[in-house]
Design a protein around this ligand. Structure first.
Ligand SMILES: Nc1nc2c(c(=O)[nH]1)N[C@H]1C(S)=C(S)[C@@H](COP(=O)(O)O)O[C@H]1N2
Ligand SMILES: [Mo]
Length: 320
């Protein structure tokens, strides 16, 4: 049941694309049998038609955000081939192979609950809510690996203001799409679907909280949560829920998938905290994809200046 594991990257995870390509040429030179196997697999992956009508859309006029880190970005190859998206399988390589089945035509996000103006909103409408920004964020998975991704999107607060949350709204509940026919691997994942997550209202309204629609200048690839997802950079990656279909403002603390699966291991807050270990592994260090040596994990993933005040007076060992 408890599928999250501490980072244990294999050599392949830190092999640059150029080395893969050379290896392929090498195998081709070695003889037809092995070359066909490797090249064949690769071609299949590339040739599988994407059901994402937005796939590969380039965004223009994207403004650079002052919230961006100047740290080196991970490659597009890394960020699209080392994923957690359990609806499409639990191996890091599964979403890249299986998520092409995600259908995004006529995508609708229902924004509802304790708001004056509930509405269902299309992707075209979402793209017009606010100017698109590029935000280069660190992303720290609870499994102790991390990546740096140039996201495209805007602060979630822009969407929230549109629907006018009422005074009853204290939390925001999020829900991913779930379609058994498209997500054939989900039944083996050991967690319940649809994937759900939640934030306190002030966390949702924090300017760092991003509604993401793209990365690397383009629309989101399916495996990274097409066509629209959350990105909350000071929390463990599992809070950043993919392929959103429902956003509900409410008075109660919403359920969250990993907390439901193992509440002693995953709390509601899930702020990155090197001082509070996961019961099965340390959170003090992390491995950046593409690097060999581990680096120290930073409190709030290095975003403390912008977010620490929201947790003043809270015991973060208790509220993990
Ligand atoms: N719907 C859904 N959202 C999800 C997940 C998932 O399995 N399903 N995995 C989470 C986890 S554990 C992480 S680390 C991030 C990974 O995002 P990425 O694959 O774009 O890097 O997505 C999060 N959002
Ligand atoms: Mo994660």
């Amino acid at each position: 049941m408890l599928i999250h594991k501490a980072s244990d990257l294999t050599y392949a995870d830190v092999t640059p694309k150029s080395v893969y390509l050379d290896r392929r040429k090498f195998l081709q030179a070695m003889g037809i049998a092995s070359a066909t196997a490797v090249v064949g697999q690769r071609l299949f992956e590339v040739a599988a038609p994407s059901e994402n009508v937005f796939a590969g859309t380039k965004f223009s006029g994207v403004v650079k955000s002052p919230f961006s880190t100047t740290e080196k970005q991970n490659s597009y190859e890394d960020v699209t081939h080392y994923n957690n998206f359990y609806e499409f399988g639990t191996d890091k390589s599964d979403p890249a192979k299986n998520a092409h089945k995600l259908k995004t035509a006529n995508w609708m996000v229902s924004v509802e609950g304790d708001v004056a103006k509930p509405r269902k909103i299309t992707m075209d409408e979402i793209l017009k809510i606010a100017p698109l920004e590029e935000r280069i964020y660190r992303h720290r998975c609870v499994e102790a690996w991390s990546i740096v991704v140039p996201w495209i999107g805007f602060s979630f607060s822009n969407l929230a203001k549109l629907v006018e949350p009422t005074s009853k709204a204290q939390f925001v509940a999020f829900q991913s799409s779930y379609d058994r026919g498209q997500m054939l691997e989900a039944k083996w994942a050991g967690i319940d679907f649809p994937y759900v997550e939640g934030l306190r209202l002030d966390e949702a309204m924090n300017p760092l909280t991003l509604l993401g629609v793209g990365m690397y200048g383009e629309s989101l690839p399916n495996q990274d949560g097409a066509p629209v997802r959350m990105v909350i950079p000071w929390k463990y990656g599992f809070k950043s829920i993919k392929s959103l279909v429902k956003i509900k403002f409410q008075s109660k603390m919403p359920p969250a998938t990993w907390n439901l699966a193992a509440s002693n291991e995953y709390g509601f807050y899930s702020n990155v905290n090197p001082n509070v270990d996961h019961p099965r592994w340390s959170q003090a260090k992390e491995r950046r994809l593409g690097e060999i040596l581990k680096r120290n994990t930073l409190m709030f993933n290095g975003y403390g200046d912008q977010v620490a005040s929201m947790y003043n007076g809270m015991d973060l060992k208790k509220y993990y």
